[in-house]
Design a protein around this ligand. Structure first.
Ligand code: GLV
Ligand code: MN
Ligand code: MN
Length: 412
């Protein structure tokens, strides 16, 4: 089969999608179900239809663009990723898997390939946790890891609940219908930028993921006592921000203390109330993001942070409440999909590196209902979740080429 990826089209589509953003270029911000996200969805759907794919959406807005196989009753082969983007993001996170996946399908069509199994490109809703607090919303629901009932109640910072927001955004149907049965997909492959420096450092064009690290996240609410910055003397203070500062450093210490490079912890949000120069902070909201490839080690770090929080709360006479948002298990990629990806690299004489994904992806949840694999392409300096994120055209095209080969092999 003569597979040929249209690199220029892929690059120009990545650029075009990046312009649909809530922020000025080069920044991409596309929060789920905002106007920018809705416009981006419409734009991608139009490209999928132009490519001859049948498009449907489920009740939470996951988009499925299907190329019907000759055996339409057979379990389909899935690929895809997300197009939502965190505040102050770049152009490539998620997008390479969506537009690269579309380009793979076009290349297969162009080569005259006819799949036996249908091939579906999936654009998952809200892989990013920005709006509703939990990452991989669409794939969590699709796999059944998040129930319709819990999802419906998820609330954004303005108090808008997911069940209303998704209806306003045009999604229809019962959230119960989002869950897919095990066996719905024969296999699933997600193409993504690495979001780390390993491929670049090793001079490797492609990475084949063998395992996705286990993510956990929590909201931490600290309540102390506010008051006048001049009037309240230091011994009387119950400053919520000072307590938060101690906890943030404990989070860092606990992650470093494992000595394992795979343990990573981040406090990415710190909201201070009332937030006035001359007012003692009475309340602080922190978020905790903790990940590890080793589930037991991650949970030990979580327990250590909980103990530190108790001690700080006692010492400073503040209350600290922790609300766990998610604590997911790691996922192993399916050996047969890993093998198919390895063979596909070999077929095109491309070297590849077996690796771990420390970022989470929709594939983490799809693995609960289908054999899953992931293909990584390098990104400059490993930068991601920042506006200067960059993947080179040749790297994206190589990723799409190997993906096309793998989709062909899996759908025969
Ligand atoms: C995905 O965006 C992640 O935070 O790993
Ligand atoms: Mn991301
Ligand atoms: Mn992503």
């Amino acid at each position: 089969m003569n597979l040929s990826i249209d690199r220029e089209r892929l690059v120009s589509e990545v650029e075009a999608l990046a312009k649909i953003s809530e922020a000025e270029p080069p920044v991409v911000t596309r929060i789920v179900f905002t106007q920018a996200d809705l416009r981006a969805r419409a734009w991608v759907i139009a490209r999928c239809k132009e490519a001859g794919l049948e498009v449907r959406q489920d009740a939470v807005g996951n988009i499925f663009a299907r190329w019907e196989g000759s055996d339409s009753a057979a379990a389909a082969v899935g690929t895809g990723s997300h197009i939502d983007a965190i505040p102050n993001a770049g152009k490539y996170d998620g997008v390479v898997g969506v537009l690269g996946g579309l380009e793979s399908i076009r290349a297969l069509k162009q080569a005259g390939f006819h799949p036996k199994r249908s091939i579906e490109l999936i654009i998952f809703t809200s892989e990013e946790p920005t709006r509703f607090g939990v990452g991989c919303l669409g794939s969590r629901m699709l796999s059944g890891a998040l129930s319709a009932e819990s999802a419906a109640r998820l609330c954004d910072a303005n108090g808008e609940v997911l069940d209303e927001v998704r209806l306003k955004a045009g999604s229809v149907g019962d959230l119960e219908s989002v869950k897919l049965a095990a066996g719905h997909y024969h296999a699933f492959v997600e193409l993504h930028i690495e979001q780390g420096p390993v491929l670049e450092r090793e001079g490797m064009p492609l990475g084949i993921v063998e395992r996705i690290a286990a993510p956990a996240s929590a909201n931490i609410l600290i309540e102390g006592a506010g008051g006048h910055a001049g009037g309240v003397l230091m011994p009387e203070r119950r400053d919520a921000l000072c307590a938060a500062a101690e906890l943030v450093l404990e989070v860092e210490r606990a992650a470093r203390a494992t000595g394992a490079p795979d343990t990573v912890a981040t406090v990415g949000i710190c909201q201070v109330f009332p937030g006035a120069v001359n007012s003692i902070p009475s309340r602080v909201h922190l978020t905790l993001d903790l990940r590890d490839t080793d589930l037991a080690r991650r949970d030990l770090v979580m327990a250590k942070i909980a103990r530190a929080s108790k001690a700080i709360s006692k010492k400073r006479s503040v209350s600290m409440g922790t609300e766990l948002i998610n604590a997911d298990a790691p996922a192993d990629c399916a050996p047969e999909v890993v093998q198919t990806l390895t063979d596909s690299c070999r077929e095109h004489k491309l070297r590849c590196l077996p690796m771990v994904s420390r970022a989470y992806h929709d594939a983490l949840f799809v693995s609960q209902i289908a054999p899953m694999g992931m293909l990584f392409v390098p990104c400059l300096h490993g930068y991601s979740h920042r506006p200067d994120e960059y993947a080179a055209p040749d790297d994206m095209a190589r990723g799409a080429l190997v993906l096309a080969e793998a989709l062909a092999r899996l759908s025969r």
